[in-house]
Design a protein around this ligand. Structure first.
Ligand SMILES: Cc1cc2nc3c(=O)[nH]c(=O)nc-3n(C[C@H](O)[C@H](O)[C@H](O)COP(=O)(O)O)c2cc1C
Length: 480
């Protein structure tokens, strides 16, 4: 199979790919793969069809998909990040962080402490950042124009990753006895700290005091997470946040785009539900949660405060979203109702219609000559309908309809039966690859009409939908 090397593309193509990847929050390789995939899968944009009474607005007024951007990560495009690497076991992860930030279009300048140079070399950081790496405060060349002040000021964000216990203590005290601490004292830019240390060091009252002082001083903290430590046999809280989590936190801090949904509360459901048959077997469906999670993330990027109620999925919880994990339809319904009142409900989950009447307490045994057991089913609650008719009904209720036939008719029926405002209908026939796949072809059904959208990446669907939601809250109209 032929392979493509991004390094060999001409500069203009490389730049266009870099910008697109940054906008979409993906690596250049991922973006190239999706672009090439899209060329074979892309369908021509379909026209707006009108199938129920109501005025269609001028299609020219509709917002092109590309305007949405695909992730808060696009906020890093063109930003200058000063990355301070201090000396701990996790220092090597800072090299991956440099790469991830650059993939998203950021310029990365690096300051390393002496401690950091014991773990990784300035040469590796130079090679990955493509910039000179700064280590010394008393540097005759670097300081001819008081370089540490310049470094502190000429950036959009300072990230300290990893941030050692000792460095946090120095920052909290306002020390300036090496280049890294001097830069941190001199900067007026936002500062993001990614602590990394042994759990005993993290839990020590002195570290907790320092972290709390730094928080009060307005510093932002990402992590640390829980897990195995480099020291054998130790685990607990102290692992540095993963590079992609740091990137997401950095993107949020650099995101200066308007937040049209700031002050609005959203509840979103996502993924399948699992209905137990016995302790090891369950009824499920092929929903991956990719569409619901993408919508929750896009709403959070637009400034909404989002509660995501997720069935069992293998996806990471979206950044900046309060995620509640459930298994069954009844648990999902209870979690959604507990999240009310909300301004909007977007019910994306593929909730199992039925559950077994009885779930066996022990694993059902296969008995020779007895044949298979009969599974008696009963209906699960209809979560969308429940929300549509709820005393605390959100102002905007959107349901997803996964259909394999009569898509428009079924979706229109659902609008009324469930008291939904919009139905996002998608064809989930096996050949579409929508269930579990990365792309979706949907029809937005409202009382104003039906709009066919071209095949899009699920995150593009999410951004397009969120733009319409923001427009609806601003004007009380939908541009369909
Ligand atoms: C092998 C080794 C691993 C270390 N790992 C960590 C660590 O993960 N976190 C931490 O806070 N300190 C760690 N330390 C201690 C720091 O390196 C030490 O406090 C140093 O003074 C930090 O300096 P800096 O913050 O200026 O880089 C480690 C030390 C050694 C020798």
């Amino acid at each position: 199979m032929a392979s493509i090397t991004i390094r060999n593309l001409d500069d203009a193509a490389k730049q266009a790919l870099r910008e697109r990847a940054a906008r979409n929050g993906r690596s250049m390789e991922e973006e190239a793969r999706i672009l090439l995939g899209g060329m074979t899968a892309e369908q021509p944009a379909q026209s707006v069809t009108r199938s129920v009474p109501g005025e269609l607005t001028n299609p020219a007024n509709r917002i092109p998909v590309s305007q949405g951007g695909n992730s808060a990560n696009s906020a890093l495009l063109g930003k200058v990040i000063l990355l301070v690497i201090t000396g701990g076991i996790a220092s090597y992860k800072a090299l991956d962080l440099i790469r991830r930030l650059r993939e998203r279009g950021a310029k990365v300048s690096v300051v390393m402490t002496r401690g950091a140079s014991e773990f990784i070399t300035p040469l590796s950081a130079t090679a990955l950042s493509g910039e000179q790496v700064y280590c010394e405060l008393f540097d005759r060349i670097g300081e001819h124009d008081v370089g540490h002040i310049r470094l502190a000021r000429d950036c959009d964000l300072v990230i300290v990753a990893p941030a050692t216990a000792d460095f946090l203590a120095r920052m909290a005290q306002g020390r300036a006895d090496d280049l890294a601490s001097a830069v941190l004292l001199a900067t007026r830019q936002p500062v993001l700290l990614a602590p990394a240390m042994n759990p005993a060091m993290w839990n020590n009252a002195a570290t907790q005091r320092n972290v709390s002082m730094l928080r009060d001083d307005g510093k932002h903290i990402v992590g640390p997470g829980k897990g195995e430590m480099a020291e054998s046999g130790e685990s607990g809280v102290g692992r540095m946040a993963e590079p992609l989590e740091i990137v997401a936190a950095a993107a949020r801090l650099c995101d200066t785009r308007p937040k049209p949904l700031k002050g609005f509360k959203a509840v979103v459901t996502s993924g399948p539900t699992h209905e137990p048959i016995d302790p090891v077997r369950y009824i499920a469906n092929r929903s991956s949660g990719k569409q619901g999670h993408a919508i929750a993330a896009a709403l959070a990027e637009a400034g909404a405060s989002v509660t995501l109620v997720s069935g069992p999925v293998t996806l990471r919880d979206p950044d900046g979203v309060a995620t509640i994990h459930v298994e069954t339809a009844r648990e999902m319904q209870a979690a959604v109702e507990a999240a009310l009142p909300a301004d909007m409900a977007i019910m994306v989950a593929a909730v199992a219609d039925w559950r077994t009447q009885v779930s066996a307490g022990e694993k059902m045994k296969k008995t020779e000559g007895k044949g298979p057991p009969a599974l008696l089913l009963e209906e699960n609650p209809d979560i969308l309908k429940g929300i549509g008719h709820h005393a605390n009904r959100p102002r905007l209720v959107i349901g997803f309809a996964a259909e394999t036939n009569d898509i428009d008719k079924n979706a229109l029926g659902k609008l009324d039966r469930k008291r939904a405002d919009w139905i996002v209908a998608n064809d989930v026939s096996a050949e579409t690859g929508v269930m579990g796949g990365d792309r979706n072809t949907i029809r937005l059904v409202t009382r104003n009409g039906i709009e066919n959208w071209p095949q899009l990446d699920k995150s593009e669907v999410a951004h397009r939908l969120v733009q319409l939601i923001a427009h609806w809250f601003a004007t009380n109209t939908v541009e369909v």
